[in-house]
Design a protein around this ligand. Structure first.
Ligand SMILES: [Fe+2]
Length: 162
């Protein structure tokens, strides 16, 4: 089965410096490695593989909501919007997959999706999450972000990053 079976290793280049985000990214790597293993050993039962894909998608969607909430405390709306758009690309792709296959996933489609998700995740963490969280970390002095709403200044972040 022609797949990219290189195991993902969560090295220092993937660390954002925010423990909860790094821990969740590691979980996503673990699930992707599990799917690669299932594909590599050519598990005939597509239900097992489909369930693993569902686990990956569900966990990724949960993770995005946590990450977006965290990022929203520290960056302006434009930067948050750019990041959400990136996540939406993943959401759209996985949603298309779910509806197109109508519950019946074929192995070729699963392989294509797994390859896409793997590359998307590695690229996104390295080129979007890590620079973003490092930028947040370097914001100096560490100060809560404030919004002016109806003429009143409102603190929307406490200054705590973790
Ligand atoms: Fe992200």
């Amino acid at each position: 089965m022609p797949i990219d079976s290189s195991r993902l290793v969560f090295g220092p280049e993937f660390r954002t410096g925010v423990d909860i985000i790094d821990a969740q990214h590691q979980v996503l790597f673990d699930i992707i490695n599990r799917i690669d293993y299932l594909l590599l050993v050519n598990v005939a039962d597509m239900q097992v593989i489909n369930q693993a894909i569902e686990d990956l998608v569900n966990y990724a969607l949960y993770h995005f909501s946590i990450e977006e909430r965290r990022v929203s405390l520290w960056v302006d709306r434009a930067q948050l919007g750019d990041h959400v758009l990136e996540h939406n690309e993943f959401r759209r792709r996985t949603n298309d997959f779910r509806s197109a296959t109508n519950g019946r996933k074929l192995s070729a489609e699963v392989l294509e999706l797994q390859t896409y998700l793997k590359h998307w995740l590695v690229d996104h963490i390295l080129h979007k999450d890590v620079p973003l969280f490092r930028q947040i970390e370097q914001q100096s002095p560490v100060a809560p972000r404030q919004h002016v709403i109806n003429g009143k200044t409102e603190v929307v972040s406490t200054g705590e990053k973790d």
